[in-house]
Design a protein around this ligand. Structure first.
Ligand SMILES: Cc1cc2nc3c(=O)[nH]c(=O)nc-3n(C[C@H](O)[C@H](O)[C@H](O)COP(=O)(O)O)c2cc1C
Ligand code: SF4
Length: 516
């Protein structure tokens, strides 16, 4: 009897015992005389079902999860006999959480063996790069602009315009820098992509190089991602050996080489100019703009800084065309977004949907509400600098403009859910504390403002002169918003002010209550 199963070696699956499940299945297979082939894939993004084991059958891939080593015996029996098993989730493609997703950037993640170039190509990989190799650089920039693709790192800046700016610089050396620092709380999409489909990021970076005539690329990955770093390095080696990286990309006469750089763990090194300083071996502090990196970036040369998902989405746009991509989404938010459900949520994971899906559909539909079972109170959208939303905002569609009109932001697509037990005054304190710890220290509103902000919220928490101190916090937020050099200090007021605006009762501390 032969059996083939897929089991992720993605960090999220490993953290809940995927390697132990593999070992247990292999031991059980030997005792049952089953010829078992285990393929390690990326995660499908259903983190609530990890470790997810998928059996390859004539009817497609059948999912079981979350599997523990103790399940190995019975699971193999069920697979061999095609019989029921309590952990059966049915055909993977039919799992409701997965079925209605619109996976473009993540189409291959969890489907393929991430380091198998043949598998990658058989599932649409390299098609975008081959198309780009036949185009003029300006035309590649034009297609990306036409698609409406916006940067997925937070600010949503149009990728095509950035690429064209670099393209237009008439200098010998240019760079493509991929921002894989992924410091935002509740986000894991970049990691999942790099671990599950690293070739797609490399393909996107080569396309960006062709579009701008940049011959060198650097992927800046946070040190907390050892599995992603290892996977990306192996993927680069495979692409080099296959001739897709190097001096002569697939015999085209065009060159592009790629290196990895490891970040040391500062949130601010995700800010693009800090990241460039860090890559140059300097301390990760923010550079004043102008000049923007597209004009003077790495080592003073024109540089594209793009997020992992921005770059990994370029191949599908080149392969399927700008119209295909922009038909997804709403308004100026074209295409799809990798929403990441985290925090106090029953079914955490990654949901790729066209922009326009509502917050409610994500939290209550896919996420099935809070993990604690207590009523939902709030969610923070877009990482630690993002705004909180209240339950009467749940029907807002996820698109950059609608969220901005409602004083919120989409950021990197992370959604961190909280139940009714959250204390929003504490969360406001935490926002300032986070900024205090992570500030690069270059400008006063952020460096000093964060400390004073934390101290003032602590006074409110103690019930000291509450109204006056809240007014002070609001003033301070205005100074930080207007006077900070970068979005670290500039956006810290977002979580603070949204907490104050939406949940004023949490700040209404009487001294007696505070003393309890
Ligand atoms: C404090 C701070 C942290 C950031 N962290 C990240 C990050 O981890 N990853 C990222 O892609 N962008 C991050 N950004 C945004 C980058 O500065 C930059 O806008 C982005 O990498 C550009 O790529 P995109 O156009 O593809 O979004 C951060 C910005 C700030 C202000
Ligand atoms: S806002 Fe904060 S992180 Fe940004 S430059 Fe100023 S001190 Fe540095």
């Amino acid at each position: 009897m032969t059996l083939t199963v897929y089991i992720p070696d993605d960090a999220a699956a490993l953290s809940v015992g995927a390697d132990d499940v593999v070992a247990a299945l292999q031991t059980a297979a030997v005792s049952k005389n089953i010829d078992l082939t285990v393929i390690r894939n990326g995660s499908r993004g259903m983190l609530w079902a990890e470790p997810l084991v998928e059996q390859v059958t004539d009817k497609g891939r059948m999912a079981f999860g979350p599997v523990s080593p103790e399940d190995a015996d019975a699971l193999l029996d069920a697979m061999v006999n095609d019989s029921d098993h309590p952990l059966s989730l049915g055909p993977t493609d039919e799992i409701p959480y997965f079925k209605d997703q619109e996976r473009l950037t993540f189409a291959r993640v969890g489907l393929i063996d991430p380091l198998n170039l043949g598998d990658f190509e058989a599932n649409g990989g390299l098609a975008g790069l081959k198309a780009a190799l036949a185009l003029d650089p300006a035309d590649i920039c034009g297609i990306v602009t036409e698609s409406g693709l916006r940067g997925r790192g937070g600010a949503g800046f149009p990728a095509g315009i950035k690429w064209k700016t670099v393209h237009d610089q008439d200098v010998d050396q240019k760079y493509i820098c991929c921002n894989a620092d992924e410091g935002d709380s509740g986000t894991f999409a970049d990691r999942m992509l790099m671990e599950g489909d690293p070739f797609s990021l490399i393909e996107g970076m080569i396309i960006a190089g062709l579009a701008t005539k940049a011959t060198q690329g650097i992927v800046y990955i946070r040190s907390e991602y050892p599995h992603a770093i290892a996977k990306m390095q192996r993927a680069i080696d495979v692409m080099e050996e296959a001739g897709w990286l190097g001096d002569n990309i697939n015999g085209s006469g065009k060159a592009f080489s790629l290196k990895l750089r490891k970040g040391a763990g500062a949130y601010i090194c995700g800010e693009e100019s800090s990241m460039l300083n860090s890559i140059e071996g300097k301390r990760g502090t923010v550079r004043s703009k102008p000049p923007i990196p597209a004009i003077q970036g790495l080592f003073g040369k024109p540089t594209i800084v793009n997020n992992v998902l921005t770059l990994a989405t370029a191949p599908i746009i080149l392969a399927r065309g700008a119209d295909f991509y922009k038909n997804y989404g709403m308004g100026r938010s074209t295409g799809t977004q990798a929403f990441q459900l985290a925090g106090n949520i029953k079914r955490g994971g990654l949901v790729e949907k066209a922009f326009g899906v509502t917050i409610r559909e994500l939290i209550e539909g896919y996420g099935e509400g809070t993990a604690s079972g207590r009523p939902f109170r709030t969610a923070q959208l877009g990482g630690p600098l993002g705004a909180y939303v209240s339950d009467d905002m749940l029907d807002l569609p996820m698109d950059y403009e609608t969220l901005a009109q409602n004083k919120a932001m989409l950021g990197h697509g992370g959604i961190t859910v909280f139940d009714e037990t959250v204390d929003m005054a504490e969360m406001a304190r935490f926002a300032f504390e986070f900024c205090q710890i992570e500030s690069c220290g270059k400008c006063t509103p952020c460096r000093i403002g964060a400390v004073r902000g934390r101290e003032t919220v602590e006074k409110v928490l103690r019930g000291e002169d509450v109204a006056r101190n809240i007014a002070l916090i609001e003033d301070l937020c205005e100074v930080m918003t207007d006077g900070s050099l970068c979005a670290m200090g500039g956006l810290t007021p977002m979580p603070v002010l949204s907490a104050l605006r939406l949940f004023p009762q949490d700040f209404d501390r009487a001294p007696a209550l505070a003393a309890e």
